[in-house]
Design a protein around this ligand. Structure first.
Ligand SMILES: Nc1nc2c(c(=O)[nH]1)N[C@H]1C(S)=C(S)[C@@H](COP(=O)(O)OP(=O)(O)OC[C@H]3O[C@@H](n4cnc5c(=O)[nH]c(N)nc54)[C@H](O)[C@@H]3O)O[C@H]1N2
Ligand SMILES: Nc1nc2c(c(=O)[nH]1)N[C@H]1C(S)=C(S)[C@@H](COP(=O)(O)OP(=O)(O)OC[C@H]3O[C@@H](n4cnc5c(=O)[nH]c(N)nc54)[C@H](O)[C@@H]3O)O[C@H]1N2
Ligand code: SF4
Ligand SMILES: [Mo]
Length: 695
């Protein structure tokens, strides 16, 4: 339990809620509120089968964070230059008048597409947040550019869908039935520790757990086996393992015959990935590949979890596509505890269209990709981006191409509004700042991308200062803009009902009243759950090793291995010999909590980890300040010499704020604004750098 300053008494109310953050665990929580309306405790819901009464090291401090002295409580207007971060307090009326006036002017002069509603992952809710595309009705009404959410998982979502017809897969809770568990590019103990409870249960029951990750993470340390492959080579490893399976004659011929398309061609491709060739590509010993291949051939069910880290490079979409094919060869897709879990996002059958109301658009609009923010702000014309409305996002810190982004944000002719809880790096560039409510202060509805439950978040306390929720801010802005479309003024409850009333079978018997009463519900799917027992939602109704849809989109029609770009570029490797992996920090959630003193202390400042050989070759020693750089930019960090990374790899974490680390650029100054192979995904891990000593 967190932030308890008093002993709970009978007068306390217990209100249901949910963690809003971008985390697959989608925790259900309860807030205790005293007779004066103050929240006195916040804890994981004890009877929730996935949350099981615990939150995490970050969110245990959430209540304290809502009352932090640096919380933004009033609207503000910029007084200094952009980037300086100097503001004066103004009232809501003044703020909304100015925003409405500026937006109307931009729309009149340049058209609606000159407005970019840039929504991040700070809140994943269906009412206030990203899943519901909060504000979408308003943006559609003025014909704003569509915000393309590409930063996180899209390459893998598109890739899995070429094979399976959907990005949905296993219920991750069914990993408890697996006998072999492969964790691909996920640092489970850090990024979704509730899943580790399931994995740990299986492990105690005898399952063999393998972590496939270039870094020996805290998760890798608890696994039975760790394969530290080269970044971006997972698909080659999949094909190499299948080579061993096929060589042993252990493929499931009946399953292949009945439920897959293109096996002869896929088999031929597999044949070219001998253990020797696979070892050369992945950097793993032949013996390890053969041993795991044999284990895979003989262990049913094999369950796999892939997280997002694996798909942030030039071949990331293909990696997930090929991974999704693996259980088609072994027949695991037909078994409880077999298959692949990447995202459970699509299982919630809420009526998203009823929320978004894309029918309000009078004509098609362009899409602007989140990972191409810098480029869009500095080069895009017809029309140029003239107004940027940032909410739930901190792009000045979180997005690759940081230098370009900052020069774009510094444009005097760009009107920028930032709706925020705290004075982030992005707030520094705002013309107007609006104070936003935090999760205990507004209503929301959440699903999870790592489980099969939805939850309701009841407002537990009054917002502090003048904070307003996203929905309320947009209702007021719509009125200021003189818009008459009635759906722009829907209440939060009405929005929730619109979402829940589509009649989807996953929601049978689940309505707002029930959610409000119980706090959470499992979607209507059996447990254990075999996702494709009725066939695959592809054109052929089968798992597609060959995909016409992929071919039509300009990809290889056959699943395979697409190398990463910078990782495999020999010329670049001469100048920038190290591949930089920037993964999740244990103590921050993206850049959220990057300003929380106690968590900052535990995280330490920016750090880069290098193998002893790489440190020695550069004359670098433990604890010294170093500069990590490439042609795009540079950042500074403290060196940690470790055997957790193999030679040739440098590792750091995302999440640190520039304005709290002396104003210097962060890791994303080195990351390219380049698309992954599918969906326009980000390429955070496909990044070559060099490291030199500072002092
Ligand atoms: N504590 C904490 N939890 C978080 C987050 C956070 O910032 N902090 N972020 C949240 C968000 S937004 C997301 S999307 C998820 C991400 O969840 P994860 O994907 O689990 O997180 P990452 O740390 O990005 O990547 C996981 C691992 O992938 C490895 N990796 C990198 N490249 C490759 C590769 O090519 N192949 C393989 N096999 N592994 C590779 C990295 O070394 C890293 O250990 O976590 C969420 N949870
Ligand atoms: N180098 C590197 N960079 C990465 C990654 C990586 O692996 N490596 N991972 C990427 C990934 S996976 C992701 S998802 C992105 C995340 O990048 P962003 O989507 O920008 O997410 P955050 O950095 O957490 O910033 C979210 C902000 O939203 C605010 N916020 C939260 N809730 C609300 C709300 O209800 N209303 C409003 N108005 N504001 C709110 C928070 O205070 C916070 O400042 O980062 C990416 N950046
Ligand atoms: S960040 Fe993840 S683990 Fe922590 S409370 Fe939120 S959903 Fe749960
Ligand atoms: Mo993410």
């Amino acid at each position: 339990m967190a932030s308890t300053s008093r002993t709970p008494g009978p007068a306390l109310k217990l209100l249901p809620g949910a963690c809003p953050l971008d985390c697959p665990d989608g925790c259900s929580w309860q807030v205790e509120v005293d007779e004066e309306g103050t929240a006195v405790a916040l804890r994981g819901t004890p009877d929730h089968p996935y949350t099981r009464g615990t939150l995490c090291v970050k969110v245990n401090q959430y209540l304290e964070h809502t009352r932090a002295p640096d919380r933004l409580l009033h609207p503000m207007r910029r007084v200094g230059r952009k980037g300086e971060g100097r503001f004066e307090r103004i009232g809501w009326d003044e703020a909304l008048d100015e925003i409405a006036g500026r937006l109307a002017g931009v729309v009149e002069q340049y058209g609606g597409e000159a407005v970019w509603p840039y929504q991040g992952t700070g809140n994943l809710g269906y009412i206030q947040g990203l899943q519901g595309r909060a504000g979408s009705r308003l943006w559609n009404s003025i014909g704003a550019s569509r915000h393309d959410m590409t930063i996180c998982s899209v390459a893998g979502l598109v890739g899995t869908a070429y094979a399976l017809g959907t990005s949905r897969g296993m219920d991750p809770e069914d990993l408890r039935h697996s006998k072999l568990i492969l964790l691909w590019g996920g640092n489970t103990l850090t990024t979704s520790h509730h899943l580790w409870k399931v994995v740990g249960e299986a492990q105690r029951a005898g399952a063999h757990v393998v972590v496939i990750d270039p870094v020996r993470t805290r998760t890798a340390r608890l696994a039975d086996e760790h394969l530290p492959l080269r970044p971006g080579t997972d698909a080659a490893l999949v094909l190499g393992l299948l080579h061993v399976v096929v060589a042993m004659g252990a493929e499931d011929r009946a399953y292949l015959e009945q439920h897959t398309r293109g096996w002869p061609e896929f088999k031929e491709r597999i044949a070219t990935f001998t253990p020797e060739r696979t070892a050369e590509i992945t950097g793993l010993p032949v013996a390890d590949i053969v041993r795991l291949g044999e284990r895979l051939a003989t262990t049913r069910p094999t369950g796999m979890k892939a997280a997002q880290g694996i798909q942030r490079h030039a071949g990331g979409g293909m990696a997930l596509r090929t991974l999704a094919c693996l259980p088609g060869v072994t027949g695991d897709w037909k078994l409880p505890g077999g298959g692949l879990a990447y995202s459970t996002d699509g299982y919630f059958g809420g009526d998203r269209e009823a929320l978004y109301r894309d029918d309000l658009l009078t004509r098609p609009v362009r899409a602007l990709s989140m990972t191409r923010l810098g480029e869009a702000l500095t080069t895009v014309k017809d029309p140029p981006v003239k107004a940027l409305i940032v909410y739930g996002a901190n792009p000045a810190a979180a997005v690759g191409g940081q230098e370009t982004i900052r020069s774009g944000l510094a444009r005097e002719d760009l009107f920028t509004v930032v709706m925020e809880h705290f004075h982030t790096d992005t707030v520094d560039y705002a013309d107007i700042v609006l104070p936003a409510t935090m999760q205990t202060e507004h209503a929301d509805l959440h699903d999870g991308y790592g489980h099969m439950y939805i939850s309701w978040n009841e407002p537990a306390v009054r917002p502090p200062g003048e904070c307003l929720s996203t929905t309320e801010t947009f209702r007021r802005l719509a009125a200021r803009l003189g818009l008459e479309e009635p759906s722009l003024y829907a209440s939060d409850d009405e929005l929730a009902r619109d979402l829940l009333s589509g009649g989807h079978p996953s929601l049978d018997g689940i309505d707002l009243e029930r959610l409000r009463r119980d706090g959470w519900a499992r979607l209507n799917y059996p447990s254990p759950f075999v996702p494709f027992s009725d066939g695959f939602p592809t054109a052929s109704g089968k798992l597609e090793f060959v995909s016409d849809a992929a071919e039509a989109d300009g990809h290889d029609r056959l699943a395979g291995y697409t190398p990463a770009q910078e990782v495999t570029d020999p010329e670049l490797a001469r100048r920038f010999p190290l591949v930089l992996i920037s993964s999740a920090s244990h103590f921050f959630l993206n850049t959220t909590f990057g300003n929380k003193e106690s968590l900052m202390r535990r995280a330490g400042g920016p750090t880069v980890e290098l193998h002893a050989d790489d440190a020695a070759a550069r004359g670098l020693t433990e604890g010294q300040q170093v500069r990590i750089f490439n042609d795009r930019g540079a950042f500074e960090a403290k060196l940690s010499v470790t055997d957790s990374v193999r030679p040739g790899i440098a590792r750091t974490t995302k999440g640190h704020w520039s304005r709290l680390t002396g104003g210097a650029p962060g890791v994303n100054a080195t990351v390219a604004e380049r698309d992954a192979d599918m969906g326009g995904g980000a390429v955070y891990q496909d990044n070559r750098v060099e490291v030199s000593g500072l002092r």
